[in-house]
Design a binder for this molecule. Structure first.
Ligand code: NAP
Length: 319
């Protein structure tokens, strides 16, 4: 399906990593904008974007990128969004939609909103889709297909502008949901941020184990560890920013997690098989629910084919 006529005249992308370059490719494939202008922080990335040929123009500054754009999407790490907003604020065209893709919403809104003029529509967004890869070469047009894109508009936002942005994401194959930024941050703390923290922890723990050699860890990794290593390979800058930005919600979820871990620890210590079985039966039901909702496949993960992608580029729900 292509978006005809194009939803936007000029799409400006600030930041061109996994998400920015996937948006560019999806927008190209769908004919979502008459022109796509991109910029990135480093000259190296900008040169690579020009080489890739997936946008119409590559410019040097963020201010140049947004000039005359009716849609601006900021695709940089969460901690950099405020500084980008400060740079573009004075250069935005009246009526433009300004959005982002940050994995945390309340902090991004707090950092960006003060710099944006009243004559633009600020509609924060988070596509809950990713891979562990980063950079301009890692993106692909199909990344958002069948994934959620959560919009967290501010109170009083223009309904038509929200619908226009939602139509763009639907055009990319995503399902759109609207919720408050606070609720988003709480939901993502448990569904994405805590799992990443656990993956980062467990992979680090394995590395420090004296009695198990690293070659054994690699060799037997299919026993569950392999999936953690994939998640723990996610971009360090992005994830540092996510934990700093969503501190309260993550700490709240971590508190509950620690209590539950203590309960399981006690059950193992006491040989309480019934408690362990009950817990695992409950979690198995949750997994089945996720499969039923179409957010994952029941097939074994290892070597599972994706309709259009080589195994290394298989997307997984949020990052
Ligand atoms: P990425 O592949 O690492 O790309 C990041 C881009 O931001 C690069 O163009 C980089 O420029 C630029 N950048 C980095 N630090 C910057 C700074 N301090 N100021 C200005 N630009 C800076 O990252 P990504 O995975 O696309 O993530 C981008 C955003 O999407 C993040 O907010 C993240 O939370 C969100 N997100 C990520 C995923 C995921 O799975 N990765 C999923 C959903 C949402 P250079 O290349 O020039 O260094």
């Amino acid at each position: 399906m292509t978006l005809s006529p194009p939803l936007f005249n000029r799409l400006a992308l600030i930041g061109f990593g996994l998400i920015g370059s996937s948006i560019a490719r999806a927008a190209r494939a769908q004919g979502a904008a008459r022109e796509i202008v991109a910029t990135a922080r480093s000259a190296e990335t900008r040169a690579r974007v020009a080489e890739l040929g997936v946008v119409d123009r590559v410019v040097v500054t963020n201010a140049q990128a947004v000039a005359g754009a009716d849609l601006v999407i900021v695709c940089v790490p969460v901690g950099a969004c405020g500084a980008v907003a400060a740079e573009i604020g004075l250069h935005l065209a009246p009526g433009a939609i300004v959005s982002d893709v940050g994995s945390v919403k309340s902090t991004v809104i707090k950092d960006m909103a003060p710099h944006l003029p009243a004559h633009v529509h600020f509609i924060p967004a988070h596509p809950v889709a990713g891979t562990e890869h980063s950079g301009p070469d890692s993106g692909f047009a199909e990344l958002f297909i069948d994934r959620w894109c959560i919009l967290t508009p501010l109170e009083g936002s223009d309904a038509k502008a929200i619908e226009r942005l939602a139509a763009l994401w639907r055009g990319f194959g995503a399902r759109v949901e609207i919720m408050s930024a606070e609720h988003h941050d709480l939901v993502l703390a448990i569904t994405s941020h805590l799992p990443h923290l656990i993956a980062y922890t467990i992979v680090g723990t394995a590395e420090e184990l004296g009695q198990v050699t690293s070659s054994e860890v690699m060799k037997f990794s299919a026993g569950g560890f392999r999936d953690f290593t994939r998640i723990a390979a996610s971009d360090p800058t992005m994830w540092r920013d996510v934990f700093l930005a969503n501190k309260d919600a993550v700490l709240e979820m971590l508190g509950t997690f620690n209590e539950d871990l203590s309960k399981l620890t006690r059950a193992i210590r006491r040989g309480d098989g019934e408690a362990l079985f009950d817990h695992f039966a409950r979690t198995r039901a949750i997994r089945r629910g996720i499969v039923e909702l179409g957010q994952d496949s029941a097939a074994p993960d290892f070597g599972r084919p994706h309709p259009s992608l080589p195994p290394l580029l298989r997307p997984y729900a949020e990052e």
